[in-house]
Structures are given as structure tokens and as C-alpha cells.
Design a protein around this ligand. Sequence first.
Ligand SMILES: [Zn+2]
Length: 332
Amino acid sequence: MSYIEYRGVFKLIDIPNLPRGEKSTGWIDIAGRPDGGQWRLPYLYVTGQSDGPVLVVFAGVHGDEYEGVEAIPRVYASLDPSLLKGTLFAIPVCNVPAYETITRSSPVDHLNLARVFPGNAEGSITERIAQRLTDDVLAHADFFVDLHSGGMGYDIPTLVGYIHQDTPLGQKSFDGARAFGAPVLWGHPSLAPGRSLSAAVDHGVPCVYTEAAGGGFARADDVDCFYEGVLNVAKWMGMIEGDPAPRSMTHHLVGDGNMDEATLAPVAGYFRAEVELLDEVEAGQRIGTIRDLFGNTLKEICAGTDGVVIMLRRMHNVRVGDGLAHVTKPAS
Ligand SMILES: [Zn+2]
């Protein structure tokens, strides 16, 4: 059984039965630390006076992505329990050890939290975080939003991603993404395992996720977009008054969202991209070059397919197998 601590009082994490009409912040104990302390997850929730849907929002699944970390407390501050139907339950930093070290993956067990869902209650710290997030939080959601960005390593346009499937769950994911309203809408016909979204889908929970420029900080406009986006979803779900006011969409794209399958560096060196985000490219077109420290070209990197550039590596130097770029397709 899992407990949350609120002002020194421990309460069950029992999202369907939280007291109505309150706002609360606190910590969820996950596992002990060698120094006698605890690894703990921060939470914020707002329960409306009246029953209604449960909207779950995560940020900081990767420890170097900060837009959602800043957007979630703004959403929390803006909600009035007397005007809310249902429950907002949010975790502003999911991979707390990685947040501490400004890294994508955990410095403790070196695992990427976005590859280990639904987790393991007997596993290492990252697997335990995933298990608690899945069983105690995601399993109770009616809709789920996971706020990511490019972090330190990648440059990605501000986008909302959805499950592009002709199913009731896919339709809700699409409708939620349209309500969220980011400049780029990116649909995925399938989800790779291990993601928070795949755990949500296993529980029948429709969901969306975001990306943004990242870069080791949060651009104010991306924080605004995510803040407005979560409130737009709450309006679309009927949790608060008003109609969603999504930002206008510049691109609707569809393709595999698995950045592990991006164009990978075949040799080590440093990478100079020769295209911009959202450029249209043709299969075989050179999109960048890897050089050595004497300026020699080691490898010209070419697009593997026609499409639109959705991700570029931001870091200067590359090791063999690092992701360099990702190209996806316009929606037909
Ligand atoms: Zn991420």
C-alpha cells in the first residue's frame, strides 16, 4: 500500500477517494537512500467539490527537461476547487535522481525512466518509480499528459504527440492533442514499450505527450504553451468552464516517434547539421556531416526517407550510435 505525506500526516494514495474540494502538495516516499533519507516524488493535486474525471500530468520523466516542471505548479495555482469537476493529479518531477544531476537518465541505476514502464516493485530505484507511477497514479487516470522536451541532447519543435490509431482510445488521444494545442501535432501509429504512454494505454487510458526545444532550460513560451495546453485539456474534459483555446497548428505529422530509431552516428566525431527543424528533405539528401578534430569529413549523413525534420542533435560531439536526426512524414 502506498502513502503520501501531507504536512507530516501520511495518507493513502487513493486517487479515486481523495477528499473533495481541496488543494494539496507533498511527497511520495519511493525508496530509502544510503544516508538514511528517502527518494521522494513531489505531487500536487486539486480535487473539485464535485466528482468528475481524473486528469494526470507528469513532467521530469527525463531529469534534464524543465518546461513541464514549471508549467505544473502554474496549473495547480490557477485551479479553484470550488470551480473544478474531478481531479488534477500531477507529478512535476518523476525521475528525481536524474533531476538532481541534470541528466536524462538516473545517476543511481543509469536507467532511462521512459524505457522501464510499467516498472517493478522489487527493482532498482528507476523501476520502482515507474511501478508506483503506473499502479498508484496512471491506473486511475481518465486522461494522461506527459510533458517532455528535447532536454540537453536534442532540439525538437514544440509539439504535442498522440496515438494515431482508428480506435476509441486513438480518437480520444487525437481529440485531446487538438485541444492541448501546440504548433506541431505528431501522430504515432504505434508506441514502443517501456514508455509512460504505453503503460497508460495498457490501462486503457488515452494520453498525449509533448516535446519542446529544451536545451538545459525552459523557454518561457514553451512553459506558457504547456500551461495553456493542460488547462485546454481540462476544459475539453469538462473539468473547468470554458472552451479550449489551442494555438494554431503549423504542421500535422505522422510517423514513428521512437527516437531510439533515429538516424544514428555511424562514426564518432563532431556533427554539423545542414538542415533546420521542420525542413522538408528528400531521401538521400545530405542533412549533416561528421568531422574529426582536423576538419576531415568522416561521414556525410543523409536522410533515409522523404519527410520533415522533427529532431536534430544539439550536442557538439557524437559517439557511435548517438541519435543525430529524425525525419517523419506529413499526415496524409
Ligand atoms: Zn523526455
